[in-house]
Design a protein around this ligand. Structure first.
Ligand SMILES: *Cc1c(COP(=O)(O)O)cnc(C)c1O
Length: 489
């Protein structure tokens, strides 16, 4: 492919929009409802309304609410509705952000700066998370110079281990974290117990309800057994809640909520030393589109509690249906006891390579998310069910059975990817990585091949290679690879 040049002459909108459409041909066809990750899809007419609202506010700038007061109005309303949903009382405050990661970065920054102001004896601040907490906490620590202390989960429930979390507290601890629920296994950490410990020790406590915040309240209203996880729990000081997951808002929309505005104060940034316009930012982004806010506002009012309850009920029932289906597939096993429509399944059959299963399913039009092995659980497949997946549960179970039967039957004829790796000059890959430098990506790519998008062709092999590496080696390889992936070609 020749390198793109900045065009001398302009092209017509029709041609360009058609080109954009054509470019999507290799993207996941999420509209089928057969993609069980990345997309939280609702009915097309609902998604269209949210997209129209987004489009209407595309150009307005959230940088300065005094110039676009309608954006301030929308954000106040969205946050007030959320605070009500999450039992924030009259004191709770918050802001909309671009995503769960931004919300969590802000929660950690707030904790850091609150500690700087109120506990100046802390010189090397630490936060305590369970190993099942989302990687955005590691990212926040990485960006903000805060040490992340990662604690092993309970190996039976995959929940945070309260005793171990408590034992990790020291005089530098500024924040403890619980997930409601964790993404991987869909299980809710013991928030009440953890928050009570944090409260007693005068430490802030953050609930990561990025994926559960727009789901658990409605599940509780429907009568599902959901333990208290929000501001109703004493000691919970902040909550992150994504709207672009089970809020069904288009991407670019999350929220960070605090028990009161005295704490939120430490989230804000103001800068008056430069000669330009006045800067005072509640969140990380400065200039930002009003689209996500308008979309969130319209979704909340369009669905209301009734609409969200309906979506949650459908997803809970579809999850149950999926889990019942899994019981009829002896080669697969659900791990953990998911509280919501998120879970992990692993292979129980020595001849079933779970990465090959994900690949075979993709060839039949399904997308199931592959997960590498970790200290806590073996390699597996992750499923997130949202409303648009609900009609496809019987079909996905059916195809899982077909793929598994085919994969196991073909095992003798076709070597498994693990065998293929073993055959690949035994420890060649390990050797390569022991003394890795980014130039060696060429060698890896030559072995693995690339598709027409310039991405690795053989995801089964890639996943199996990554799976055998240490986490340090994985991160080294992945950063080098992605650094190159985004280079011009
Ligand atoms: C998705 C998720 C996040 C991060 O959210 P992004 O919007 O992808 O940045 C954080 N925590 C949990 C539990 C999540 O599921």
């Amino acid at each position: 492919m020749s390198k793109v040049q900045f065009p001398t002459k302009g092209e017509s909108p029709e041609v360009l929009l058609q080109q954009l459409k054509d470019l999507k041909k290799n993207d996941l066809p999420w509209q089928s409802g057969k993609v069980f990750a990345y997309i939280y899809g609702a009915k097309p007419e609902t998604m269209q309304m949210a997209a129209d609202a987004y489009q209407m506010y595309l150009t307005e700038n959230g940088l300065d609410p005094s110039s676009f007061p309608s954006l301030l109005h929308l954000e106040r309303e969205v946050i007030t509705m959320l605070c009500g949903l999450l039992h924030g009382g009259d004191e709770a405050v918050g802001n909309c952000t671009s995503g769960g990661t931004e919300s969590v970065i802000l929660a950690v920054k707030t904790a850091r700066d609150y500690a700087r102001a109120t506990r100046p004896e802390i010189t090397a601040p630490e936060i305590i998370i369970c190993e099942t907490a989302h990687p955005c906490f590691h990212k926040a620590g990485h960006y903000l110079g805060v040490k992340v202390v990662m604690i092993e989960a309970d190996p039976n429930t995959y929940c945070a281990d309260v005793k171990k979390m408590e034992a990790a507290i020291n005089d530098q601890t500024i924040l403890m974290v619980g997930s409601a629920p964790s993404y991987t296994h869909g299980v809710i950490d013991p928030i009440e117990e953890l928050a009570a410990i944090a409260y007693a020790r005068n430490i802030l406590f953050h609930v990561d309800a990025c994926v559960g915040g727009m789901y658990l309240p409605f599940a509780a209203m429907l009568g599902y057994d959901i333990p208290p996880f929000d501001f109703a729990v004493k000691g919970v000081t902040s909550i992150s809640c994504d709207l672009h997951k089970y809020g069904y808002v288009p991407k670019g929309c999350s929220s960070i909520l605090y028990r009161n505005k005295e704490l939120r104060q430490y989230q804000l940034f103001s800068c008056s030393v430069w000669p330009g316009y006045t800067i005072v930012n509640p969140t990380v982004l400065s200039s930002k589109t009003g689209g996500p806010l308008a979309a969130a506002w319209s979704m909340f009012h369009h669905w209301g509690i009734e609409g969200y309850k309906k979506a949650v009920k459908e997803c809970q029932e579809a999850t149950q249906q999926f889990i019942e289906g899994l019981k009829t597939i002896p080669e697969l096993q659900l791990i953990g006891d998911p509280a919501i429509a998120l879970f992990t399944m692993v292979s129980k059959h020595e001849k079933l390579d779970i990465f090959q299963l994900a690949d075979a399913m993709q060839k039949r039009g399904w997308y199931l998310q592959a997960q590498l092995a970790s200290r806590l659980s073996p390699q597996g497949i992750h499923i997130s069910i949202s409303q648009h997946n609900v009609p496809h549960i019987d079909a996905v179970i059916e195809d899982l059975k077909i793929c598994i039967a085919q994969l196991i039957a073909s095992q003798s004829a076709q070597p498994s990817s693990a065998d293929m790796m073993a055959g690949m000059d035994s420890n060649m890959i390990q050797l390569l990585l022991a003394d890795f430098n980014p130039d060696m990506l060429d060698m890896l790519e030559a072995v693995l091949g690339t598709n027409e998008s310039g991405l690795p062709d053989n995801m089964v092999m890639i996943n199996n290679i990554l799976n055998t590496l240490s986490t340090e080696q994985r991160d080294m390889l992945l950063t080098a690879f992605v650094n190159r992936m985004y280079s011009s070609r």
